[in-house]
Design a protein. Structure first.
Length: 198
């Protein structure tokens, strides 16, 4: 799978964070570390910052070669023609509801489409914080497992991450190498900032 050049990444050489930011900008540091550290036994790992999962990169050749293998940033989709309001991004799709649902929608100001859009927008807003918190926890867990799964305090940190106990999580990771500790703390804060814990 080709990775997009604008994907935000975190890169480590062993326990040391060597880069973070869009992959295109981080590639020089990643490439240099991968080629310099081969004999040291310090593995270079690149993580997707949104998911915490390791990204496989083809680092053969020069930095320019590695950059050329990245996928370009996604282009805007061409304007679609047809029913709906394409300029607003509104497209028709089939919705299956019970007769009482259709009756209720028909009686709403603006009709069924307006009522459904309002309901969906309300649900998105209500779930936004908890959804972001779940994604932040999952990303922290994935990165933490790869970088610190064999470290003292890992199991306690995992329990506290999912329990939402920031103080105990912070204490559990306190003895980890500086870059690993600060990275997992920063990622875990996403869960607490978005409605869980603290």
């Amino acid at each position: 799978m080709t990775v997009s050049a604008d994907r935000f990444v975190l890169a480590f050489a062993g326990e040391r964070r060597i880069a973070h930011g869009p992959l295109a900008g981080a590639m020089a540091a990643i490439h240099a570390a991968a080629h310099a550290e081969v004999g040291d036994g310090a593995a270079v790992l690149v993580f997707d910052a949104a998911t915490g999962k390791v990204i496989d990169l083809d680092l053969r050749g020069t930095v320019e070669d590695a950059l050329a293998r990245l996928a370009p940033a996604p282009a805007a989709e061409p304007e679609k023609r047809g029913p709906g309001r394409p300029k607003l991004g509104v497209t028709p799709r089939e919705v299956t509801l019970l007769p009482r649902h259709w009756d209720w929608l028909a009686g709403q100001p603006g009709g069924a489409s307006v009522a459904l859009r309002k309901l969906v927008e309300g649900a998105i807003r209500a779930a936004e914080g908890p959804d972001r918190a779940r994604r932040a926890k999952a990303a922290t867990y994935a990165l933490m497992t790869t970088l610190a799964g064999d470290r003292r305090g890992y199991e306690e940190a995992t329990r506290m991450l999912f329990a939402g106990d920031w103080t105990a999580f912070d204490a559990a990771v306190a003895g980890w190498p500086d870059d690993v500790r600060e990275t997992v703390r920063a990622m875990a804060e996403g869960a607490w900032r978005n409605g869980e814990g603290r």
